[in-house]
Design a protein around this ligand. Structure first.
Ligand SMILES: *Cc1c(COP(=O)(O)O)cnc(C)c1O
Length: 497
């Protein structure tokens, strides 16, 4: 199976090459040429498998130029020894019909680990297959959790180098500390004065900068991305939705073929897009619930069919969702428009120029059938964290709380009581002062003091990796403007031989 670009459907690329490139030359995103379908019998077979086995089974359908052995080598390296109890995606039941899919038991305590622990191994495997024998330079813009998860995944992986940019005032204190203290000889980390969209736009421009690419190639290097535009990020995220569905089936929580909903706290649209692909693969998902914070550009888009980023940007208590340009939406629109690459080009050009575009009614109708979208303010987020703690003694991070609140609204508005999976995307200990404020009503700027208080009043322990942060040395503390990004990248690769 090949992958094609959303901006040029005739550009067909092998799976390994897709992972190496990250993004297509003309700026399009790669998508599978056809999405493999799981028969009912296959879904049943998956029920008795461990996470790694499920991952192997699903990835073989997408990475058709990887051998079985190569794939299982990747999944072993990623999912054994890095996640609590070697269970990467456990489910907690909450009330009658709601299931929290906890995707934050990995090394950096956010769901990004699910994909970024395996992406480096995909890349190294793909490099070996390529006759160019180039080494990858990973260039990443982060809204907080991607950066740390990518740094952890790529740290000292042979044949890779990683450069991370983050908006210096757009990430939480713990997220910043996680990145600034990262160990490893193959990494660079830069704080940028600006928001995530500025940072992401500047980084994307470097990918398509011919001069820099040439300079890289001369040194035997090539760019790739750890952002969710890389197919190697998308595929591992499909796995946990299928895993969750088959876990519920195996435990008798749902019947065969029973339809469920999935609610996802959404920023760059990567996580919810993976759920959309799981649905295309045959998992009976009724509604995909797209939950946003006060940066409600997606809520408005699903309501009106108009994507308009010309609006105020808010810094919220769910910072990993503070995004006004949701890159992966392009993949959904390519699919819903029956792969109309010219249309995608037109819309994305308009997004770049005027900051907006509008989809026609036939596409809007398809969106309505598949998705429900809603948003939630910081105040409502805190109320939900408070409620969950009082009612279920459950500590919930702000991003997950957004998904639960929007699901709550969905159920009230529609009366739909179908079983629902909530994608829980971060450990509450990644945002301890917000969580403490929500449940106890008082706040502190000292994240570690807040974490200690949370431990005293709950059954959940702070993850060791976050505890260790207190003692670590800060290695990267500079502050840069977005205009400097290009030169910083040149400096980083300049020293490379
Ligand atoms: C990245 C992130 C999100 C948003 O996920 P997208 O795939 O960008 O939509 C939500 N919550 C947390 C904690 C994250 O790190």
């Amino acid at each position: 199976m090949n992958y094609q670009s959303t901006k040029n459907r005739n550009c067909m690329v092998k799976p390994s090459e897709t992972i190496l490139r990250g993004i297509s030359e003309e700026g399009g995103l790669f998508v599978p040429e056809s999405v493999p379908f799981l028969e009912q019998s296959e879904i049943k077979n998956l029920c008795s498998m461990e996470y790694c086995q499920k991952a192997n089974y699903i990835l073989q359908k997408f990475l058709t130029d990887f051998s079985e052995e190569e794939i299982s080598n990747c999944t072993q390296k990623a999912y054994i020894g890095h996640f609590e109890k070697d269970i990467p995606a456990p489910i907690t039941k909450m009330g009658n019909n709601t299931y929290i899919l906890e995707l934050w038991h990995g090394p950096t305590c956010a769901f990004k680990d699910m994909a970024l622990q395996i992406l480096p191994h995909f890349l190294v495997t793909a490099e070996k297959k390529s006759d160019k024998k180039q080494k990858a330079v990973i260039l990443t813009a982060t809204s907080g959790d991607t950066g740390k998860a990518a740094l952890d995944g790529f740290c000292d992986v042979d044949g890779t180098k990683i450069i991370v940019f983050y908006p210096e005032n757009g990430v939480s204190k713990i997220q910043k500390l996680q990145m600034q203290t990262q160990e490893g000889d193959n990494i660079s980390v830069f704080g940028i004065r600006g928001n995530f969209d500025d940072t992401q736009t500047a980084v994307k421009r470097i990918f398509t900068n011919e001069a820099i690419r040439k300079q890289l190639a001369e040194k035997g290097l090539h760019f790739s991305s750890a952002n969710s535009i890389n197919v190697g990020r998308l595929l591992p995220q499909i796995i946990y939705y299928i895993s969750a569905y088959t876990d519920l089936l195996a435990n008798g929580e749902i019947e065969e073929k029973e339809g469920i909903n999935i609610s996802v706290p959404t920023g760059n649209f990567g996580n919810i897009l993976a759920a959309y692909y799981a649905r295309k693969m045959g998992i009976p998902i009724k509604k995909l619930i797209c939950a946003s914070n006060a940066n409600r550009v997606l809520t408005d888009f699903f309501e009106s069919g108009i994507y308009d980023r010309n609006r105020e940007f808010y810094m919220t208590e769910s910072p990993s969702m503070d995004i006004l340009i949701s890159s992966n939406l392009e993949r959904l629109l390519f699919d819903l428009s029956d792969k109309d690459d010219a249309l995608i080009q037109k819309w994305m050009a308009s997004l770049q120029k005027e900051g907006k575009y509008q989809v026609p009614s036939n596409i809007k109708e398809k969106m309505d059938a598949l998705f429900y979208a809603g948003y939630c303010t910081d105040e409502e987020t805190e109320e939900m964290i408070h409620y969950l703690f009082e009612k279920y003694s459950y500590l919930c991070d702000p991003h997950t709380a957004v998904a639960i609140k929007v699901y709550d609204d969905y159920r009230k508005n529609t009366g739909d009581t179908a079983k629902t999976i909530i994608a829980s995307t971060a450990s509450p200990y990644k945002f301890p002062s917000t969580v403490l404020k929500a449940i106890k009503g008082f706040s502190t700027d000292d994240e570690f003091a807040a974490a200690k208080k949370l431990e005293q009043c709950s059954n959940l322990k702070m993850p060791q990796s976050l505890r260790d942060l207190m003692k670590k040395e800060v290695r990267f503390s500079g502050s840069f403007s977005k205009e400097e990004i290009e030169n910083l990248v040149k400096d980083c690769i300049g020293g490379e031989n």
